[in-house]
Structures are given as structure tokens and as C-alpha cells.
Ligand binder design. Structure first.
Ligand code: NDP
Length: 389
């Protein structure tokens, strides 16, 4: 038998209040089509906390009487007294045992895999996965760390889709700038929350695809720290980095026009909104005619007024992005994109976001694990929390 531990919750609330560390054992006789996984690394994303709080778009249904509902399946598999959910959407796992009926060409012992879809439950030491071939993406771990593989499928994939699917910046860059003499530029996009995992991925992918980025970050406590953060993002490929304060200042419009966009002749046509509130309203002003703002996060927990004038006179487009839905609609493209990004990492063209590793071994106390999750939304952190096993 494999002894296993999992964080579970049976009702919504603050992670510190509702999570429990549950111990169970997994039989060596695996069901048809199942594999047993050992977790290597799993990051804690903001959505994981929101899911535990019950405020996320996808909610485990603890009240369901259906024996096949995911929370009841978790109860049966883990032996919890009530319907339960394991939090965590992303992770890198190693296949340690394979049940009957699993095509060895698709999955075998020693392979590294990541969950194909959301709601997998990655905050656990082991996972018994039924219908394994469809629920897992096999990855070639050559030249990659478990941390790189564990963090590829949410942040970089979201940045990738938002830069490609709303405005054809890449094609327009070729049309407008490829033959410029002297060579210059690429189309602009603007983003707030630029220091987030998604933001850092957008900076890097944008640069690789010949785009230019204006990046908004929160001011740090000291000027040195703020300048350090700006320099770090520029190192990743950011063209312009400004603080929220500079962004909200009246002078920003003139700077945008004069310093960066040649009097508005090279307009910003895409905005990625991670923050909401005033920052989102400022982004509306920065967008050029027919620009598009894609909202994907609400880190400030503030909404923003729908800007009637700009929507009409600049004919702006407002879109929402949710990777979960996109992934359900495009499973094959998701697998392809993951492998493309892993390739970039392997070639050293895509840098890992900073992480704060939290070691999870057999003796790690429940409180340490809960603290790591509870701290996720605190902000001004030196990196994303990530369990390593
Ligand atoms: P990270 O955990 O990597 O970073 C969080 C970021 O949020 C930090 O850069 C932090 O800024 C910033 N932040 C925190 N509080 C505030 C605040 N009050 N005002 C402004 N900025 C703030 O985040 P992720 O990249 O994983 O996710 C970022 C956002 O994107 C989240 O809202 C997440 O839910 C969302 N997301 C949405 C997806 C979708 O499909 N819609 C997919 C992936 C992510 P600082 O550096 O200054 O601390």
C-alpha cells in the first residue's frame, strides 16, 4: 500500500479555517485504466485560494447526492467522511505504477505528466487517476525541472492565448514594421499586474513574437526596490515599466504619446487587465481606437465603471478571458501549446517566474501547508508559493 497525504476541504471558507491534511492509503491493485502518481511540484495560484473560498467560477459541489460527482468520488477514493475536494490545479507528477489497460505507448512508469484540465487536485503527495490517458498530458522532462513543468499550464498558457486570440498583434507587427527602415518597433500591448506570473509570461512571449509592452507594477517601499523590479522586468523583455502611481498620473497620456507611440501613430491595441479598479480605467484611456481590453483577473477586488464615451467613440472592445473554458473548448491546442512553451523553456528563452518553495514531506505539519496557501493573495511577495515534494 502507498501511504499518501492530501489537503482536503469539505466546505468553503478561508484556507486556514477549512483545509485539513488527510492521510489515506492507496491499494497496489490499480483499477482498469488508472495510474498512480507521485507529486513532484505544485504551485499555489490565486484561483486555488478563490476556489477554496467559494468565490471562483468553478465550485466543487459538496451537496451533490450523485455518487459520480467529483466531491463524492474524492470521498470514495480518499476515504474522507464527507464529500470533499482536493485543491490545486497545476502540478508536475511522476507515474509510479500503471494499472491494466493503459497503453504503454501513452503512459508508463517514470513518465512525467501534468493535469490536462482544471480541478485535478494537486495539493497531495500521490494521486490515483482513473481514465488516466485522457486526464493527463505526458511531457518530456529532458532539460526541465519539475518546477518549470509544474507552472507551465496556467500562467504562460493564459498569457499566450490573450496575446494571440483577441487582436492580431503579431500579424500587424509584420505588416507594419517588418520592412521599416531603420528597423524599429512591433505592435504595443499594455498590461497591469505585470509582475504576476501571467504578466511575466506575457512580457517574454510578447518579446519573442516581436511585440512591445508597457507594463504597470505596484510601487515598492523604497525607490531602490521599485527600480530593481523595473530593471528585472526589462531584463525579461519589457520595453516600458511604470508604477501604478505613474500610470494614474495626469502626465501618463502625454508620455504615452510622446515618449513611446510616436504621437499615437503606433497605438496600443491590446490591454491585459489583471487588476481592475482605477488601474483598469487608466488602461481604457491608454488604448487606441478599436483597441481591445481583456480582463482576466481582479487582484484589487475593485470593479471599474463601463466607460461609455470611449466604448463608443474609440469603438473599444471589452472581453473576458477564462483559461478553464478555453481549455475545454481547445484540448488539442492546449497540449500543443504546453509543449511549445516547454520547448522555449528548454532552449532558455523563457524564464521561470520567481517562486517561494515550500517543502512538503511526510513530516510537514498541516499548519505549514495551510499558511503557504493562505499567504497567496497577500501581495508584495518575492515569488509564487510552490510545494516541492
Ligand atoms: P501571481 O500570484 O503570480 O501574482 C499576483 C500579482 O497580483 C502580483 O504581481 C501582485 O502584485 C498583484 N497584486 C496583488 N494584489 C494587488 C492589488 N491589490 N492591486 C494590484 N495588483 C495586485 O498571480 P498569477 O499570475 O497567477 O495571477 C494573476 C491574476 O490572474 C489573478 O487574479 C488570477 O486569478 C488571474 N488569472 C486568471 C486566469 C484566467 O483564466 N482568467 C488564468 C491565470 C491567472 P505585486 O507584485 O505588486 O505584489
Amino acid at each position: 500500500y502507498t501511504q499518501s497525504k492530501a489537503l482536503v476541504f469539505t466546505r468553503f471558507g478561508e484556507p486556514a479555517d477549512v483545509l485539513h491534511l488527510h492521510t489515506h492509503s492507496i491499494s497496489p491493485t490499480l483499477p482498469q485504466g488508472a495510474v498512480l502518481l507521485r507529486t513532484l511540484a505544485a504551485p499555489v495560484n490565486p484561483a486555488d485560494v478563490n476556489t477554496i473560498q467559494g468565490t471562483y467560477g468553478a465550485r466543487p459541489d459538496f451537496a451533490s447526492q450523485d455518487p459520480n460527482s467529483p466531491t463524492n468520488k474524492t470521498r470514495l477514493l480518499l476515504g474522507t467522511p464527507e464529500p470533499a475536494a482536493v485543491p490545486g490545479n497545476e502540478g508536475c507528477f511522476e507515474v509510479t505504477a500503471v494499472g491494466p489497460g493503459v497503453d504503454a505507448g501513452k503512459l508508463k512508469r517514470g513518465n512525467w505528466v501534468i493535469p490536462a484540465g482544471p480541478g485535478f487536485g494537486t495539493f497531495r503527495t500521490h494521486a490515483l487517476v482513473e481514465d488516466a490517458v485522457g486526464r493527463l498530458v505526458k511531457v518530456d522532462g529532458t532539460g526541465l525541472s519539475p518546477v518549470q513543468v509544474a507552472t507551465v499550464s496556467v500562467n504562460p498558457c493564459s498569457a499566450y492565448r490573450m496575446l494571440r486570440d483577441y487582436v492580431d498583434l503579431v500579424g500587424e507587427s509584420v505588416r507594419r514594421f517588418a520592412s521599416a527602415d531603420p528597423p524599429r518597433g512591433g505592435m504595443w500591448f499594455i498590461q497591469n499586474g505585470a509582475n504576476s506570473g501571467v504578466g511575466r509570461a506575457a512580457i517574454q512571449l510578447g518579446r519573442l513574437w516581436g511585440l512591445r509592452s508597457i507594463n504597470v507594477v505596484r510601487e515598492r517601499e523604497t525607490v531602490e526596490e521599485t527600480e530593481g523590479l523595473k530593471a528585472e522586468l526589462k531584463e525579461l523583455g519589457a520595453d516600458v515599466v511604470v508604477t501604478e502611481k505613474e500610470f494614474l498620473d495626469r502626465s501618463f497620456g502625454a508620455r504615452l504619446k510622446e515618449e513611446w507611440t510616436r504621437g499615437g501613430r503606433e497605438p496600443v491595441l491590446l490591454g491585459l487587465n489583471c487588476v481592475g479598479g482605477q488601474s483598469a480605467s487608466a488602461m481604457v484611456k491608454a488604448l487606441g481606437p478599436r483597441g481591445c481590453m481583456v480582463t482576466y483577473g481582479g487582484m484589487s477586488r475593485q470593479s471599474f465603471p463601463f466607460p461609455t464615451g470611449p466604448a463608443i467613440f474609440k469603438r473599444l472592445r471589452f472581453e473576458g478571458f477564462w483559461l478553464t473554458e478555453w481549455g475545454k473548448e481547445n484540448p488539442e491546442e492546449k497540449r500543443r501549446m504546453i509543449n511549445e512553451i516547454l520547448d522555449l523553456m528548454r532552449q532558455g528563452k523563457f524564464k521561470q517566474m520567481p517562486v517561494q518553495e515550500v517543502k512538503w514531506d511526510w513530516d510537514t505539519e498541516e499548519q505549514v501547508l495551510k499558511d503557504a496557501i493562505q499567504g497567496t493573495l497577500a501581495g508584495f511577495r518575492s515569488g509564487k508559493g510552490l510545494f516541492v515534494f
